[in-house]
Each structure stands twice: as C-alpha cells, then as structure tokens.
Design a protein around this ligand. Structure first.
Ligand code: APR
Ligand code: PHB
Length: 404
C-alpha cells in the first residue's frame, strides 16, 4: 500500500482539475491529479468549444495559451436566425471590444495535459476505485488503485473536479447539499463534419421544427446541432436524414446554409440545468460540472469550471502563503453568484430558442417577439452580448498569483 501526503488531491482531469492543478503549480502548491479514464479518452472526448473572453485571458495569463493563440478562432459577433432571416449581434462593439474564441475543449485539455506533464507533478490516468473520505477531518483521504498498487493519500484539501457523474459529490453526507434541477424535454443531436464553415460566426436558429446551431472547430471542420426528442437513439438518424433536417432548419431566405460534408462524429446530448449547493463540505471543494451543469445553449460549462478554479486557487494561495482561511470559507458563495447568473442566461437562451413539445401557440408567438426584440433593441443586444462574452469572475487574476 502506497502511503503519502500531498497538499491538494484533485479528482478528475477535465478542464476543472487540470486548470486547478496548473494554477496551484504556479503558486508552488503541490497537487496530485487522479483520473479514471485514459489520456486518449480524455483528449478525444468531443465537447463544447466556446471560450469566453475571461477564459481566454486566464489561459494566457497561466502561460498555456499558445495553442489557443495559434488555432483559436476569435469571433466578434454571432447571428440569431428566425423566420428565415439572420440578425448579427456585434459582441465586440457592444462590450467595449470583448469577444469569444472558438477552440475545442479537447484542445484545451490537450494543452493542459502537456503543461502538467512538463511540471513533472503527478497526473495518474486510468486510476481505479477512486474514493474520498474523512472529508470533515483536518486530513481528508484520497484512495485509488493505480499501476497495480493501492494508494492512500492524506491531503490538506480535496478538489472534486470529477464532473457530473463523479464520486466526490455523492461522498457528501445526505442532507448537506440542496439540489436545484431542471430537465428539458429535448436533447441536441450534434455532428462534426468535414466541411469548411460557411459563416465566420455562429448562427443560433429558432425554427418551427425546433432549434438548430451552426458552429465550427477549424477552417475545415463544421460543428452543427439540432434539437431532437430527449433520449433520441442516434441510430434513428442516417447521415442523409441529418443533412435534410439540418438544411431545412438552417437555410435562410437569402440562401445561406451550412456546407455539407462527410460526417465524422455524431452524438446526442441531454439537456439539464443543475446546481448543488454549497460547493463545499469540510475540506472537499467541488468545482465545475461536479457542482453544476448548464444546458449547452449558452456554451457556459467550461467557462464556469474555469472561474470556479480561479476562485479556489485564490483561496488556497491565501491559505498556504498567509494562513488565511476566509477565502476558503467564502468559496461557495463567490462561485455561486456567477454560476447562478450563467444558469439564468443558459436557461433563457434555451427557453427562447427551442420548441417545447407541449408548447402553446402563445409561447411560440412570445418567443418570436422575444427574438424580434432581442435583434432590434440595442439594450437587449447589449445584455446578450455582455453575458455571452462572459460576466466577470469577481476575483482578480492577481489574487490567484497571476499577472493581469
Ligand atoms: N475518478 C477519477 N476521475 C473521474 C471520476 C472518478 N471516479 N469520475 C469522473 N472522473 C473524471 C472524468 O473522466 C473527467 O475526465 O473527471 C473529469 C471531469 O471532467 P469534465 O466532465 O470535463 O468536467 P469539468 O472539468 O468540470 O469541465 C467542465 O464544461 O463544457 C463543459 O460539460 C463540459 O466537460 C465540461 C465542463
Ligand atoms: C460548439 O461549438 O460546440 C458550441 C457552440 C455554441 C454553443 C454550444 C456548443 O452554444
């Protein structure tokens, strides 16, 4: 049995765990990251791809922004399409020059794994039987099997960065957490296609047949989604049927439509809003998807994971450098203020742009009026723009040991 001590045990090598590990490293704080999947699985997993301005700034301030700088696509606007017309929202013009960057989450994860590997600090893939215990003691324990050996690591703190289906949140005793949840009566069917994007910016479409979204991953790869019933089996959709539906929903009166190409990946993603509060129990801190899920319509998931770990890194730095614990105490409250605003925004975008199966004719007209207002009122566009490029994290980079 390998016995051990570490300052911070991190469960999960998704964006939250890897970003936290690197922020701690930059502050000279030890961590151990354990991940139950393989390196290839974690990198290849297809996820969202929109980074808020603040997430881009954070990656750059952390010194892990080179790939992003080279391959990221900066978008200064987006389009909202309904009744057959596209309307542009000038994100940069309405926010004093802020933008979003399209860069696949799997690229972000690959860059962070490379950065972690370069630090030589431990990152164990394919760990088995990962568990956490003694969370309300002064030395919580992280146990796992790796490389044929049992490991028992005593930590000062544990960060639960293990996503929605992880083991950390369920390790919190019954009755501690309040769960807020909404499940939507639809899912997204998403594809990656070998086709040059036919628009330089994203197009969010509200159509009589349901929501559709045009996005991209690179100058050669288009990423598209449309709304389907929940739990829709992907086998029900041939490539041909996917293209017919996609073009039907997306083609606008001026003839704009996505370029068609070979489909290289397809999957169905369920939609939910979820928050577990508080994001802390004893010496366990939850960050990212382990504490909250947003429906993908506002592309906020990865960005919330990034702001959570910035708040956590600030608190751990204050503890290790000055013995101060107030920021650890405040962690959950500070995160949740931003999380709830992103929840509200993601719910609003989802509710405005999707057809609800039991929706009334009244709701359909109201949604169209909402979109008409959104695309003609500068105030409404400004509100969307400032939320889309990302509301502030309430925590300075400097307080987490970075230069702004
Ligand atoms: N032990 C170790 N690792 C685990 C365990 C476990 N028992 N269970 C899950 N994990 C790992 C997962 O394999 C995954 O790599 O934890 C990681 C969690 O990563 P993500 O699910 O990516 O969550 P997070 O890091 O919070 O990133 C936020 O933003 O775009 C959204 O949902 C999207 O992944 C996304 C997220
Ligand atoms: C994506 O490119 O995967 C994407 C873009 C915008 C969203 C969701 C997903 O709102």
């Amino acid at each position: 049995m390998g016995g051990n001590r570490i300052q911070v045990g991190i469960v999960g090598a998704g964006p939250a765990g890897l970003l936290l590990g690197h922020l701690l490293h930059l502050n000279g704080i030890d961590s151990l990251i354990v991940e139950n999947r393989s390196r290839e699985y974690v990198i290849d997993r297809v996820r969202a791809g929109v980074l808020e301005q603040g997430t881009v700034d954070l990656l750059q301030a952390m010194g892990v922004g080179d790939g992003l700088q080279q391959a990221g696509l900066r978008h200064e606007g987006l389009h909202v399409s309904f009744r057959g017309s596209r309307h542009r929202i000038d994100l940069a013009g309405l926010t004093g020059g802020k933008a979003i960057t399209v860069y696949g989450q799997n690229e972000v994860v690959r860059d962070l794994i490379d950065a972690r590997t370069a630090t030589t600090r431990p990152l164990h893939f394919e760990a088995e039987r990962v568990s956490v215990s003694d969370l309300d003691s002064s030395s919580p324990v992280l146990r796992f099997q790796h490389g044929g050996a049992e490991h028992e690591v005593h930590c000062d703190y544990i960060a639960g960065c293990d996503g929605f289906h992880g083991i950390c949140r369920p390790a919190i005793p019954e009755g501690v957490l309040t769960v807020y949840e909404r499940i939507y009566p639809f899912a997204w069917l998403g594809i990656l296609s070998e086709a040059a994007p036919s628009s330089e910016e994203l197009v969010y479409t509200y159509h009589d047949r349901g929501f559709a979204l045009f996005s991209m991953r690179s100058p050669k790869v288009t990423r598209l989604y449309f709304q389907v019933p929940p739990d829709e089996p992907i086998e029900h959709w041939s490539d041909e049927a996917i293209w017919t539906e996609m073009l039907e929903r997306m083609t606008t009166q001026d003839g704009w439509q996505p370029n068609v190409g070979r489909i290289i990946q397809k999957s169905v993603t369920p939609m939910r809003s979820f928050v577990a509060a508080p994001m802390r129990y004893g010496r366990l801190f939850l960050a990212g998807d382990s504490a909250h899920i947003v429906p993908p319509t506002g592309a906020k998931g990865l960005n919330l994971a990034a702001s959570d770990v910035l708040v956590l890194a600030r608190a751990l730095k204050a503890f290790y450098q000055h013995g101060r614990t107030e920021w650890l105490q405040e962690y959950s409250d500070v995160c949740l203020r931003r999380v709830w605003k992103a929840q509200r925004f993601s719910w609003w975008m989802t509710s405005t742009l999707h057809r609800f199966p039991d929706g009334h004719a009244f709701d359909h007209q109201r949604q169209l009026a909402d979109l008409d207002y959104l695309t003609t009122s500068r105030a409404a566009m400004t509100s969307l723009a400032e939320q889309y490029v990302g509301l502030p994290a309430d925590v300075s980079f400097e307080s987490a040991g970075l230069t702004d």
